[in-house]
Ligand binder design. Structure first.
Ligand SMILES: O=C(O)CCC(=O)C(=O)O
Length: 241
């Protein structure tokens, strides 16, 4: 599924885009399922929040729903999760397993960036640092609606200092578009990043939703370690100790 050039690009740069992962029939299923989550047709109590951390408004700017496949396990047998696992194994080793999944939707005209961060800042410290996220575009992802931006080679650098300016909002650190690459995607394409790769997305300034379905993989032993320490990614965004 992945070429050796793509594997070495991921190793060197810390990110990778793949085309045509999901066909149009599969995308109809994911689009409908995604909308059912957004429209509260599933019980996502305790798993849904606004990634901006802004409270007291009638709007949800950046909807984050954790663990959709725990709520709707049918997802685990579908192509996104199955292909995602094969990709993760090819890129980081045969012991990779799914750790968690999540939905991040930027509603029309909400104009709120996802701040610069490295995912590892959210996690407990683990002896084995192999981890990756696969960000599937449900809608076309463009610069204007908030496609992902990655800072090449940042996965090789130490974790930057993160802070959390707003309540339960996103963690953030310094980063810039100047040192980064935007990765626009068509629906059914995906962008992959290492757990230490610095990334961000602009706000959605368009009239359409920007729906992304994200899967995270890491070595089975590290998932066991997380669970032993009570970490199941159900939504707490506190900085790690
Ligand atoms: O979808 C976004 O805007 C951010 C996604 C993200 O930070 C991630 O997948 O780690």
């Amino acid at each position: 599924m992945i070429t050796s050039d793509q594997i070495s690009f991921f190793e060197t740069e810390g990110f990778l885009a793949l085309e045509n992962l999901l066909n149009s029939e599969e995308m109809v299923f994911y689009s409908k399922t995604y909308d059912a989550f957004i429209n509260n047709e599933f019980d996502t109590e305790g798993l849904r929040s606004d990634l901006t951390g802004i409270e007291g408004q009638n709007v949800e700017y950046i909807t984050q729903i954790m663990l959709p496949s725990r709520v709707f396990p049918v997802l685990l047998d579908r192509p996104m999760h199955q292909k995602g696992l094969q990709i993760a194994k090819q890129l980081l080793g045969a012991d990779m397993v799914i750790d968690f999944d999540m939905l991040i939707n930027k509603a029309p005209y909400t104009n709120k960036p996802t701040p610069w961060h490295q995912d590892a800042a959210y996690w407990i410290d683990m002896p084995d640092k192999r981890a990756l996220s696969i960000w599937f575009a449900i809608d076309e992802a463009t610069i204007e609606n908030g496609c992902m931006w990655y800072t090449p080679k940042s996965h090789k650098l130490p974790l930057r200092e993160h802070h959390q300016p707003l309540g339960n909002g996103a963690l953030q650190c310094n980063g810039s578009e100047e040192e980064s690459k935007a990765v626009p995607l068509k629906p059914g394409y995906c962008a992959i990043h290492h757990g230490h790769t610095l990334h961000y997305s602009r706000g959605n300034s368009t009239s359409m939703h920007r729906r992304a379905f994200i899967l995270n993989f890491r070595p089975e032993k590290m998932v066991e370690l997380e669970r032993e320490q009570g970490m199941d990614h159900s939504g707490n965004k506190e900085l790690k100790a």
